[in-house]
Ligand binder design. Structure first.
Ligand code: PLP
Length: 383
């Protein structure tokens, strides 16, 4: 247990908006525990982070037993890096190379740089108001109007398309890519950050085909959807995609360490073989590497990818009795009619998230039937 703050006051920490009124002092399985000992059923898990569930002793014990170097600088050989890279690549289509990162933003930055180095074009296409991270480039990709107001106008090299009206969007995207001026198209396979929007397979098929024809890259952001969140190891499997670059973080360690990666087809990765194209001081820190290895082994051993698929079906069937719902596995979006549901649920002990007129649920992959039923009852009573 950690110490609690006096009167919930933060004196030295900056925030862009007020904190949720829960002072977290511990976590356990699918629960967060506040300073008064109140337990909250966590159906967000740090936004697709805690896929394995919190406080898994098997993962924690492996990390505690680690007796390797405190730090290895990126320029050295370190066997655990190769072991982890091989493990990831074997979960994905095609032969690939991994680039070390500390999280999702950095992983996407590497992907954008690599793409420019590969085809020497500058433009990118992304979904408006989606999310790929906090850097200037990642903000530019999705161009939220209030960001331009504060950060200055973003470059026209970043082009946005709209999720929805799929026939029109497909046509527009294909037309843009056909100009042979686009370096890459970037998207989540299921767009969590728009409230879990699932683009139709025809959209991805058309974009993949025109990307191939024009040597444009397809970057698949699996930062939120990876590692079993959607009932598959990666969301791309739902559409049989073979993206040129795949980015991962979050569920990569299930929150036990800070780690991300950019995983590119080997010929695409070759474009980065020039002096100082990439360097990350803390990318794949030895302890973070152990968290990722332990987490992947834990997900495999406990069959949690399959469990995510089954539990997702169970939850979505139940939710459809009282609401419109869309999702795959435990990546669930619900059409929200009444604002305030998130707060009412939190007061009743359930953590969910509201955005874009939707509610999203990202429970732990091993969430029990009792907890699914309990959470959905709270949701039904408060929606
Ligand atoms: C789809 C997606 N990409 C990238 C990021 C950025 O990841 P990080 O916060 O690790 O930089 C996020 C974070 O929420 C995300 O959801």
């Amino acid at each position: 247990m950690v110490k609690t703050m006096k009167n919930n006051k933060e004196e030295f920490l900056f925030r862009d908006r007020p904190a949720f009124p829960i002072e977290v002092v511990n976590s356990d399985g699918s629960y967060l525990i506040d300073k008064n000992g109140k337990k909250y059923l966590d159906f967000v898990m740090g936004w697709c982070v805690g896929n394995a569930g919190w406080k898994k002793q098997e993962i924690i014990n492996r990390i505690k037993k680690f007796d390797g170097p405190e730090y290895v600088a990126p320029t050295y050989l370190y066997e655990r890096w190769e072991i982890l890279a091989e493990k990831i690549v074997k979960l994905m289509p095609d032969h690939r190379s991994c680039f070390r990162a500390t999280g999702g933003t950095e992983a996407n930055e590497i992907a954008l740089k690599m793409s420019r180095a590969y085809n020497k074009r500058k433009k990118f296409i992304a979904f408006q108001n989606a999310y790929h991270g906090q850097s200037i480039a990642c903000h530019s990709l999705v161009r939220m109007p209030h960001h331009e107001e504060h950060f200055g106008k973003f470059s026209d090299d970043y082009i946005q398309i709209k999720a929805g009206e799929w026939e029109k969007t497909t046509e527009e995207t294909v037309k843009l890519i056909k100009t042979e001026t686009i370096s890459a198209f970037i998207s989540e396979p299921l767009i969590c950050n728009l409230g879990v929007v699932i683009p139709p397979k025809e959209f991805f098929d058309a974009v993949t085909e025109v990307c191939k024809e024009t040597d444009t890259l397809f970057i698949c952001d699996e930062v939120a959807t990876g590692f079993g969140r959607t009932g598959k190891w990666f969301g791309l499997e739902h559409f049989s995609l073979n993206p040129d670059i795949i980015t991962i973080a979050k569920g990569f360690s299930s929150g036990y360490g800070a780690i991300g990666a950019t995983v590119a087809k080997t010929d695409v990765a070759e474009a980065m073989r020039f002096e100082f194209s990439n360097y990350s001081t803390y990318g794949w820190h030895p302890l973070a590497v152990e968290t990722a290895l332990s987490n992947i082994d834990y997900l495999m051993k406990n069959n949690l990818i399959l469990q995510s698929e089954k539990s997702g079906k169970y939850m979505m069937d139940k939710i459809s009795e009282f609401c419109e719902v869309e999702g795959k596995g435990l990546c669930i979006g619900i059409k929200e009619e009444n604002p305030g549901t998130e707060t009412r649920c939190r007061d009743a002990g359930l953590i969910i998230s509201a955005l874009e007129g939707k509610l999203v649920l990202f429970p732990a992959l091993d969430v029990s039937k009792t907890d699914m039923d309990k959470g959905l009852q709270i949701l039904k009573e408060n929606i």
